[in-house]
Design a protein around this ligand. Structure first.
Ligand SMILES: *Cc1c(COP(=O)(O)O)cnc(C)c1O
Length: 228
């Protein structure tokens, strides 16, 4: 399938739902991002600050950039001038740095709390108690330049549908709990559940996803030997 066809396919798939497509363009050249852009795609996901920054400089300015990879605090300054949403907030320390850099740029940056849902050991993320701790902290309550708009999760890399459904449902439940506890009367702000990738987006949509993050089903396989 061409990139344009893939974008059209997902547009059709998501029509009438409140779920949107984040086209994950990490490792792919700007020419392919431009192709997806020309087909109407506006939200793109990257997992490295420097790569996102140089792509941002060279591509149309109305692209909505989402950071989806683990972000080191010393890299926040590179993306703070333009990033739309940081989906991978996994510590208060990182949130504090985002607040600081967003303030410097006179911006408000949307943030998703990355919640740990997979069985695998290596994935970054918070558990529910840690997410609550951040939302209860005085530090967070005083922040003026970050807006926590929801949660993000990376499921186990498995074809086991039962396992995936369990993990997506757990993320959705955590979202509902945080919404009820911290965002009552404010649910136009806290509304995003980012889950589902190329291999499991259908199930994720079924479990209440509002952002599916799809890379290889749009751009083809990634060649990690080729990163510029
Ligand atoms: C790479 C990546 C994706 C996209 O994965 P595909 O299987 O290519 O769709 C989604 N989410 C995150 C966090 C990623 O790092």
């Amino acid at each position: 399938m061409s990139i344009a066809k893939a974008v059209a396919f997902f547009n059709q798939k998501l029509e009438g739902t409140n779920c949107r497509l984040v086209a994950v363009s990490k490792t792919h050249p700007e020419s392919l991002i431009q192709e997806a852009y020309d087909a109407g795609q506006r939200i793109f996901g990257e997992n490295k600050a420097q790569e996102m920054t140089s792509k941002h400089e060279n591509l149309p300015q109305d692209i909505e950039w989402h950071m989806i990879g683990h972000l080191q605090t010393n890299k926040v300054k590179y993306i703070a001038p333009f990033v739309h949403t940081i989906q991978s907030v996994d510590s208060l320390k990182l949130l504090q740095e985002i607040e600081k850099q967003a303030a410097k740029n006179n911006r408000v940056i949307n943030c998703l709390l990355q919640i740990y849902i997979a069985e695998e050991e290596s994935k970054f993320g918070l558990n529910e108690a840690e997410a609550i701790e951040i939302l209860e902290s005085e530090s967070y309550k005083n922040m003026q330049h970050v807006k926590i708009t929801g949660v993000m999760g990376i499921a186990t890399n498995t074809e086991n549908q039962k396992q995936l459904r369990k993990e997506f449902t757990a993320l959705k439940n955590t979202f509902e709990k945080l919404k009820q506890t911290f965002f009552t009367g404010n649910d136009t702000v806290f509304k995003e559940v980012s889950m589902g990738m190329s291999s499991d987006y259908e199930l994720a949509i079924d479990c209440g996803s509002t952002y599916i993050r799809v890379g290889s089903a749009i751009f083809g396989n990634r060649n990690y030997g080729n990163i510029q």
